[in-house]
Design a protein around this ligand. Sequence first.
Ligand SMILES: Cc1cc2nc3c(=O)[nH]c(=O)nc-3n(C[C@H](O)[C@H](O)[C@H](O)COP(=O)(O)OP(=O)(O)OC[C@H]3O[C@@H](n4cnc5c(N)ncnc54)[C@H](O)[C@@H]3O)c2cc1C
Length: 433
Amino acid sequence: MHGVCEDNLMFKLAEKHNLLRMDMERCAMGDLYYESFDLEHVHVRGGRILSKAIVETAGKIHQKIGLKAQRYFQSVDGKVSGKEATSMEDFFNREADAELSKLNLSPEEAKDVEAALFGCFKNILTGYTGGEMSNCRFEMFGAAEELPGGDLELPVEIIDALAKEVPEDAVKLNKKVTKIDWTDKDSIKVVCQQEYEADFVICTLPIGVLQRFHEQLFQPPLPEWKVKAIDQTGPGANGKYFVEWGKPWRSANDHPILIAWTREEMGSISLPQDWTRGVLEISAEDPASSLMLVWVTGDCAQAADTLDDETVSGNFTTLRLFFENDSNGFLQVKKDIGELLRAFVGDPTIPDPDHLTRTRWTQDEFSLGSYSCAKLIADETTFETNGKPLPNSKNPRLLFAGEATHPSLWSFLHGARASGIREAERILTQLKK
Ligand SMILES: Cc1cc2nc3c(=O)[nH]c(=O)nc-3n(C[C@H](O)[C@H](O)[C@H](O)COP(=O)(O)OP(=O)(O)OC[C@H]3O[C@@H](n4cnc5c(N)ncnc54)[C@H](O)[C@@H]3O)c2cc1C
């Protein structure tokens, strides 16, 4: 949960169901603040760990750039249409160079700060941006409002809390919607194996799914203005790759490993083979096992998701516990992760992970992305337009919700919930007319 505060509808839901405890793990600041990260193990190639002073210098620059980008939207009163679009990448590079030029460092120190900034923090910012920074609009970065209060890990029981809020049997699981026919003025047909008729439909399909399938899904087709807004929205690219070793190679699986590629390496990425350059962090998931999580972001995540799977057998307990159906290994991806660790931890004896279970959200037909971002062609109307009902707001029958339809909380879980409530209220208001 981003933003532990009363304005956060997920906070309110968790509070209502007594799911919040004072001893819960909490980070007082968000991802733009470098102190939110455990930065004691930022490795450069060969195994050397960057000093605290170097990482802090880079972290402060990252923070300054992120906060400056975030404040821009407010500073222009949310009016960005008509202004020339700058990519987050160009903004980052320009600001980083300006900040680096102010420092008085030896050539070796300067190289290390650059590696921490471009090889490590830039991936963190890409994760925050949602998609590859070269395709995301700087002017829109701050349009997704960061609520105050820092981050908190919600307990998994939040799912039960959500389920309790809807009547039993109201949710039909494992039904793929293949058609939404809104031709008839009085009722809408939704086809998902069976056919359902409804007075109103709230469509919460992810933006990537809408982009890929809207022509097949909607009858009549969505109007041009709606398709335009959907196209201005980026579906986002992030991946979570869980890896486990049969025989642990770490003396204690108790801290994350961060990677600092050189600026040159980050400037010449060839995909899909260089996908590990988009690894944001390799975190230690469970001190009692060798389970780690490789978080990959941006175009590198998209490319890694396309790499072929090859079946191998394995018997690795922790992953099996969480992913019952897991029996596949992914040889190329496992080799790449092994190589990354050997090169940056500086230990040629580290084996490739024995087991890998990964999300492939950019390829999964039910997500086709992760969380939305603002493409270079987006503006302040994009997310609001995603949420506009059809045929029009006076006669809303086919409604749209989901995180990508919230004008100020897009990308966030609480934005998704707020948008669902917004549309439910729209229907109630309509019924009262
Ligand atoms: C790695 C990662 C980390 C995140 N961390 C945070 C965080 O810390 N805090 C935060 O606030 N947010 C976070 N988010 C974002 C948050 O998860 C999303 O904003 C939220 O889940 C969006 O909800 P939604 O209902 O809009 O879309 P989704 O959760 O994507 O739901 C859409 C649903 O539509 C279904 N669907 C797709 N196609 C069809 C079809 N044809 N027929 C039927 N059903 C279909 C999908 O299966 C899915 O269940 C994170 C996201 C990711 C990927």
